[in-house]
Design a protein around this ligand. Structure first.
Ligand code: HEC
Ligand code: HEC
Length: 278
């Protein structure tokens, strides 16, 4: 009941801000998405955080309003099929231990997350692989492989509308600090940091592209440009490469730390994946 009241309140608030600030994203007419929120306290230079959705054209934005129009949902549906298929040559599937994808609703919103047993920060991909290898005894999926990205899209889709809320204190704090340092380091021949583009220049045009805050609440994202689902670390790789720097690899400690930091810059925005971008 409380949840219902809060949802109703969120709807009212959403309606008020939408009038002042432009369009509002409601998926399938029933999942309101917070695409703008007050910046989390730890952010010194930004007042308001915004989903990448805010920076896309009305045509691109429209894809996300309806699951039948969202090409990313086709991959999430592939993930749903895989959810109840045997892992490798075992007789176990995700569904053997997790009744349905919906029972994992909420997980996407809090990852990357500290794992007390492994004593490390885990991304959702690492958590999925832990289940596959240690719990089911099957072979790990490639970090940015299609089955992994499909599954991550499925887990995002069942958490849509929930606020991103990664923890940055306690044992995760050191990893978060490492990620923050990477975010502000200038890389490559162009000597550009993530912040130079996504903090200092969001809202401006870079070549033909409208620069966003580089948020990851919408991941994995379906990009019209490459017509596939893109994972967070693939996106990081592309952005680092654009500075003409050697990039870290997907699944590396550096990208895991960076993911935690970037996710924390979106605390308060809704989980929106699989989002559609250009
Ligand atoms: C043999 C049992 C088993 C299998 C198979 C399994 N899991 Fe898990 N999974 C667990 C257990 C146990 C946990 C830890 C307890 C918990 O959080 O539910 C867990 C945790 C998780 C979490 C973290 C939940 C959270 O709130 O932090 C995710 C996400 C997850 N599993 C996804 C999957 C996916 C996707 C698959 C299939 C690719 C899978 N699991 C297969 C047993 C399993
Ligand atoms: C030279 C400028 C530039 C730099 C430096 C840069 N990016 Fe980007 N990034 C872009 C452009 C352009 C896009 C596509 C338009 C957009 O969403 O901003 C993009 C997109 C993204 C997106 C996708 C956002 C979405 O909603 O789909 C993420 C995430 C991202 N960048 C993260 C990073 C991170 C992390 C770094 C630092 C390692 C970084 N970027 C460095 C230019 C840059």
């Amino acid at each position: 009941m409380l949840f219902r009241t809060m949802t109703a309140m969120a709807l009212v608030l959403g309606a008020t801000t939408a009038q002042a600030e432009g369009p509002e994203l409601v998926i399938n007419g029933e999942i309101p998405i917070t695409t703008r929120a007050p910046a989390p306290e730890h952010m010194e230079y930004v007042r308001e955080v915004m989903s990448g959705w805010e920076f896309r054209s009305p045509e691109t934005q429209a894809f996300e309003a309806d699951d039948f129009e969202n090409p990313g949902m086709i991959f999430a549906e592939d993930g749903r099929t895989a959810f109840s298929q045997p892992l490798g040559d075992t007789d176990q599937s995700c569904a053997s231990c997790h009744e349905s994808p919906e029972t994992l609703a909420g997980a996407r919103a809090v990852y990357p997350k500290w794992d007390p047993e492994r004593e490390e920060v885990q991304t959702i991909e690492m958590q999925i692989n832990e289940c596959i290898t240690e719990r089911a005894g099957a072979e790990a999926w490639g970090y940015t492989s299609q089955p992994m990205t499909n599954m991550s899209a499925l887990l995002a889709s069942v958490s849509r509308g929930m606020p991103v809320n990664v923890a940055i204190d306690g044992p995760a704090h050191d990893t978060w600090l490492q990620g923050k340092e990477i975010y502000y380091t200038r890389y490559g021949q162009l000597e550009l940091s993530c912040a130079n583009c996504h903090e200092d220049n969001y809202g401006n045009m870079i070549r033909a592209d409208h620069l966003s805050q580089g948020q990851i609440n919408g991941f994995p994202t379906y990009r019209l440009k490459n017509a596939k689902l893109n994972s967070v670390h693939d996106r990081f790789k592309g952005c680092v490469r654009d500075t003409r720097a050697e990039t870290f690899s997907p699944g590396s400690p550096e990208f895991i730390a960076l993911e935690l930091y970037v996710a924390s810059r979106g605390n308060g925005l809704s989980v929106e994946g699989p989002a559609v971008r250009n």
